[in-house]
Design a protein around this ligand. Structure first.
Ligand code: NAD
Ligand code: UGA
Length: 461
């Protein structure tokens, strides 16, 4: 019973649209799900026979695609056709931080959302339920509804908010067993229709309905709270380093308090990813736009601590290596913003590398899933120096042992499991001495490395 939903369209085939719609299609074999995107290259990649070429790397995603693609899951560039045929349309486009004009560097850029609304209004000739899947500022549903009602052909539209809480690297597990599904809306029939899609695999008591604005705001608040936990423990990591406390032990001790809980207390070189900073900035901007300056300052501090943590790590490397890294080779283990993803957006590695390159270090990067051109794109986007200079100072290599060959130091930036298992004796043998390891994720075994003769530094110890 799908309350009349036979066809779903999703606009935006990215990290959210792709995996989310794949699981919806897998669990609802009688609903046709079409994911559309303007980016033809991305759609081709989603349709690639070779699962290694899917545009998003997520453990378990290939099996879901294998089951549903071509059966009731389709990836296409025919945006208008998909809109026209669908009963329900998810909007899953990017909502980046504005890079121009009012709110530059803080507010969410809603131009892609607005384009979707206008395109839907232009082609829709039958009633549609529009679902906001993208993360958007509170009250965006009112904008979407206004565009639809003023530019549409008079067909009825319902707008629902249904934010996505999956984390990259665990997307499929998160989608299979969500802590909750949040649906914000006004129209009971539309809410029931969306609820029925999720009820194909999610227990009903995990599906929460709220008003539109609570749902929209809850997404920003959830990310703000999560990021705040990371900044909180990272701020304590600095205090641990000067007092002899160990941040993992502190995290374990406080995490046992059931009111605090053990998750999201892993100190690191700083949080990255496409959303934490963007959503915090957005929350800060919204608060300021209502003149709530204390509220804005409070949340802004979460970002400031995160920026401090990244620079502090780079400074620690320089200071430990006798105050100069000029001409020294530093091997980077990891470039992705966390393990089990090929996503590098806002990765701490980018900022640490940029800082070290300013000090004329030479960097060689190994990441199991990130391509070389992505690494250059990330660095070039900062525009700190010319592309040619970046190309000269930094290299990406396809073997960790090659990256470490002749290196003065290793900086571990991503917590990939395989790093733990490497032949650290072999690595040590081929490095310059003293051989430094700077563990920005605290995943390596201090005793083992020190026994091998490394000088080992970890965040928060
Ligand atoms: P993404 O950049 O990977 O994908 C967005 C896609 O939308 C792109 O492929 C782009 O080409 C396409 N697009 C943009 N405008 C379009 C249009 N008018 N018509 C057709 N296609 C269009 O972004 P993402 O990471 O999937 O994030 C999407 C949204 O979901 C954002 O609002 C983000 O905040 C939110 N979100 C992301 C995550 C995550 O883990 N990445 C998790 C939860 C929520
Ligand atoms: C995060 C949220 O966890 C998701 O619920 C949300 O849907 C998503 O943002 C989003 O809106 O985009 P994601 O960014 O994919 O997911 O990954 P996280 O696991 O949250 O990690 C974010 C960053 O924090 C990573 O750089 C990670 O290494 C870092 N982190 C996380 C820590 O440094 N310590 C921790 O204890 C946890």
């Amino acid at each position: 019973n799908h309350k009349g939903i036979r066809k779903i369209a999703c606009i935006g085939a990215g990290y959210v649209g792709g995996p989310t719609m794949s699981v919806i299609a897998q669990k609802n074999p009688h609903i046709q799900v079409t994911v559309v995107d303007l980016n033809a290259g991305r759609i081709d990649a989603w349709n690639d026979e070779n699962f290694d070429n899917l545009p998003v790397y997520e453990p378990g995603l290939d099996a879901v695609i294998a089951e549903a693609r071509g059966r009731n899951l389709f990836f296409s560039t025919h945006v208008e056709k998909a809109i026209m045929e669908a009963d329900m349309i998810f909007i899953s486009v990017n909502t980046p931080t504005k890079t121009y004009g009012k709110g530059k560097g803080q507010a969410a850029d809603l131009k892609f959302i607005e384009l979707c609304a206008r395109q839907i209004a232009e082609v829709a000739t039958s009633p549609k339920i529009i679902v906001e899947k993208s993360t958007i500022p509170v009250r965006t549903a009112a904008t979407i509804k206004s565009i639809l009602d003023h530019t549409g052909k008079g067909v009825p539209f319902q707008v629902l908010s249904n934010p996505e809480f999956l984390a990259e690297g665990t997307a499929i597990q998160d989608l299979y067993k969500p802590d909750r599904i949040l649906i914000g809306g006004e129209d009971p029939d539309a809410i029931a229709a969306l609820r029925s899609i999720y009820e194909a695999w999610v227990p009903s008591d995990r599906i929460i309905a709220t008003n539109l604005w609570s749902s929209e705001l809850s997404k920003l608040v959830a990310n703000a709270f999560l990021a705040q936990r990371v900044s909180s423990i990272n701020s304590i990591s600095e205090l641990c380093e000067v007092t002899g406390a160990n941040v993992d032990e502190v995290a374990q001790a406080i995490g046992r308090d059931s009111r605090i809980g053990p998750k999201f207390l892993k100190a690191s070189v700083g949080f990255g990813g496409s959303c934490f900073q963007k959503d915090l900035l957005n929350l800060v901007y919204i608060a300021r736009s209502y003149n709530l300056n204390q509220v804005a300052d409070y949340w802004e501090q979460v970002i400031k601590i995160n920026d401090h943590q990244k620079i502090r790590f780079a400074e620690k490397i320089i200071q430990t290596m006798y105050n100069t890294v000029n001409g020294k080779k530093i091997a980077f283990m990891g470039w992705a913003f966390k393990k089990d993803t090929n996503d590098t957006r806002e990765s701490a590695a980018i900022y640490v590398a940029d800082h070290l390159l300013e000090e004329r270090a030479k960097i060689e990067v190994f990441d199991p899933k990130v391509q070389e051109n992505q690494i250059y794109n990330d660095l070039n986007a900062l525009a700190t120096r010319s592309k040619e200079e970046n190309q000269k100072l930094l290299k990406a290599v396809s073997s960790p042992y090659q990256a470490c060959e002749g290196a003065h130091a290793i900086a571990l930036l991503t917590e990939w499991d395989e790093f733990i298992e490497y032949d650290w004796q072999r690595i040590k043998n081929n490095m310059r001495k003293p051989a430094f390891v700077f563990d920005g994720r605290k995943i390596l075994d201090r005793k083992k490395l020190e026994d091998l003769g490394f000088i080992y530094y970890a965040i928060g110890e």
